[in-house]
Write a protein that binds this ligand. Structure first.
Ligand SMILES: *Cc1c(COP(=O)(O)O)cnc(C)c1O
Length: 432
C-alpha cells in the first residue's frame, strides 16, 4: 500500500531513515515515496488494462515538479485546473496533449494558452464557458476539443466539502439539460465535441456511488456518441484511500486495535466498472488525485513544547495549519506516529500548531506515546491536498519537500527563505 514502515525502532521511507532526512532538510518536511507513487499509478493503470483508457493524474492534489516527472515518465496524463498547472506539466516534461483542463472559472487567457499548447480536452462546466471557448478558438483559428461535465445528481456519501455530483454543487451541467447543450454546442464552429465528463466527489470508499453514476449516465453517453461522434468518457477521480491505521506493517499493537478503514482497491473498482464501460466502445479517462499521492507522502514535524492544562495534553509542533490544512478544513483524520517508536502508556493528546487559530490542530484527544521537546512526529497520508494548500499565513515559510527513491533522497523543493514571503510587496510611494 505504501513504503513508510518501521525497521527496528525507526520510521523509514523506502530504505531512507527519516530521521536523517530531518537532519539534512529540517522540519516541517514533506517526504514522498517514489515507489509508492509508481505502484499506485501502475496498479490503477493495470486494473484498467481491459479498456482503452488514459489515467490523468489530478495534479491539484500534488503538483510538485518531481512528482509530476515521476508520473509523466510512467506515461500518465494530467487533469489540470489552471494555466499554472498546465505550465507545471510542461516544465516537468509532461505532454500537454495528454492533459484535460477542468474547473468552473477558466479565463480567456487560460483558454488561449491551453489551445496553443494543444491540450486533449477542455472539461466544460457551463454554457457561457462553451461560448467563450468557441470565441477564443475562433480568434486563434483553432478547433477546441471539449467535453461537457455532466452533474449526475447522485450522492457520493462523503464529506460535504468534497461532494461535487449533486445539484447543491457549482460543478457541471444538470443531467437533464445535457442533450440540449450538446445540440447547441454542435452548432458552434470552433468546438469539437470530443467527450463527456463527470466527477461525483472525493475520498469515496465504496464502488456503489461510482457504479450508480455510470449506470445513470450510460444511456446518455450512448446517445451523444451516436449523435456527435464522441471519442471519450471521463469518469472522474475520487477513489478514496485509507487514513486510519494507515501504517500496515510493523505497527505497534495499539494501531492494530483500531478497526482498519475499508479499502477501495483498483481491482475491485475496475472489476465492477469495466463490464459497464467496455461496451461503450469509447476511450475511458480517469482522473485520480488522492489515490495516487495520498499515501505516498507524510509531513514530519518537530515537537516544540508539551503543555499540560487542567484537562488537556497539548503537543505543540513546528508544523501548523498553513502546512497541512486538511484537519481544519475538512475535519480530516491523519494518523500521527513518532519517528522513533516509544514504549510506555499512551496519553490522550491534542497535536497542535503554533498559529493563532483554534482550528490549528492536527488531532484531538488522540492516544499517543509520551513525547517531549525535540522528538519528531509524522502525519501520515499527507501526500494529497497537503503541500499544495500550504500558505504563508502568520508569515511562516513554506515547508521543504523531499522525494525518496530507495536509499536516495533529494530536495524536490527547498525550504522557502523567509524574505521570499514579502519579496513582491513594497512600501507604497506616498509612505516612502
Ligand atoms: C479534484 C478532482 C479530481 C481528483 O479528485 P481525487 O479525489 O483527488 O481523486 C478529479 N477530477 C476533478 C474534476 C476534480 O475536481
Amino acid at each position: 500500500m505504501h513504503e513508510f514502515h518501521y525497521s527496528g525502532q525507526d520510521l523509514y521511507c523506502e530504505q531512507a531513515l527519516i530521521k536523517s532526512l530531518v537532519q539534512k532538510y529540517g522540519t516541517p518536511l514533506y517526504v514522498y515515496s517514489q515507489k509508492t507513487l509508481t505502484n499506485h499509478y501502475k496498479k490503477l493503470d493495470e486494473a484498467l488494462a481491459p479498456l482503452d483508457h488514459m489515467v490523468c493524474f489530478a495534479m491539484k492534489a500534488n503538483s510538485n515538479l518531481s512528482v509530476i516527472r515521476v508520473l509523466a515518465n510512467l506515461g500518465s496524463g494530467f487533469d489540470v485546473v489552471s494555466a499554472g498547472e498546465l505550465q507545471r506539466v510542461i516544465v516537468a516534461g509532461g505532454d500537454a496533449r495528454r492533459c484535460v483542463f477542468a474547473g468552473v472559472g477558466k479565463t480567456e487567457e487560460e483558454i488561449a494558452f491551453a489551445l496553443q499548447r494543444g491540450i486533449y480536452s477542455f472539461n466544460v462546466e457551463s454554457e457561457p464557458e462553451l461560448a467563450r471557448i468557441n470565441r477564443v478558438a475562433a480568434r486563434l483559428k483553432k478547433i477546441a476539443p471539449v467535453a461537457v461535465r455532466v452533474n449526475p445528481n447522485v450522492a457520493a456519501g462523503t464529506h460535504a466539502k468534497i461532494t461535487t455530483g449533486t445539484y447543491e454543487n457549482k460543478f457541471g451541467i444538470a443531467f437533464e439539460a445535457i442533450e440540449a447543450v450538446y445540440a447547441r454546442a454542435a452548432r458552434l464552429k470552433h468546438i469539437r465535441l470530443q467527450g463527456l465528463q463527470m466527477h461525483i466527489g472525493s475520498q469515496l470508499t465504496e464502488v456503489n456511488p461510482f457504479e450508480a453514476a455510470i449506470r445513470k449516465v450510460m444511456p446518455l453517453v450512448q446517445k451523444l456518441k451516436a449523435r456527435h461522434g464522441l471519442e471519450f468518457f471521463s469518469i472522474g477521480g475520487g477513489l478514496g484511500i485509507v487514513y486510519k491505521s494507515a501504517l500496515a506493517s510493523g505497527s505497534p499493537a495499539w494501531w492494530k486495535s483500531k478497526a482498519a478503514q475499508k479499502i477501495l482497491t483498483p481491482s475491485s473498482y475496475a472489476r465492477r466498472l469495466t463490464p459497464l464501460l467496455k461496451p461503450l466502445g469509447l476511450k475511458i479517462l480517469i482522473e485520480p488525485g488522492r489515490f495516487i499521492v495520498g499515501n505516498a507522502g507524510i509531513l514530519v514535524t518537530r515537537v516544540e513544547y508539551v503543555k499540560r492544562t487542567g484537562r488537556k495534553n497539548f503537543v505543540i509542533v513546528d508544523a501548523a495549519m498553513n502546512d497541512l490544512i486538511r484537519p481544519a478544513f475538512y475535519d480530516a483524520y491523519h494518523e500521527v506516529v513518532p519517528l522513533r517508536k516509544k514504549g510506555g502508556a499512551l496519553i490522550s493528546s491534542d497535536v497542535v500548531g503554533g498559529i493563532c487559530e483554534s482550528g490549528d490542530y492536527f488531532c484531538k484527544d488522540r492516544p499517543l506515546p509520551k513525547v517531549g521537546e525535540g522528538d519528531h512526529l509524522a502525519l501520515l497520508s499527507s501526500g494529497a491536498y497537503g503541500f499544495v494548500m500550504a500558505s504563508n499565513y502568520n508569515s511562516r515559510p513554506l515547508a521543504a519537500e523531499v522525494l525518496v527513491h530507495g536509499k536516495k533522497s533529494d530536495a524536490a523543493r527547498k525550504r522557502q527563505e523567509v524574505e521570499k514571503i514579502w519579496e513582491d510587496e513594497k512600501i507604497v510611494s506616498w509612505l516612502k
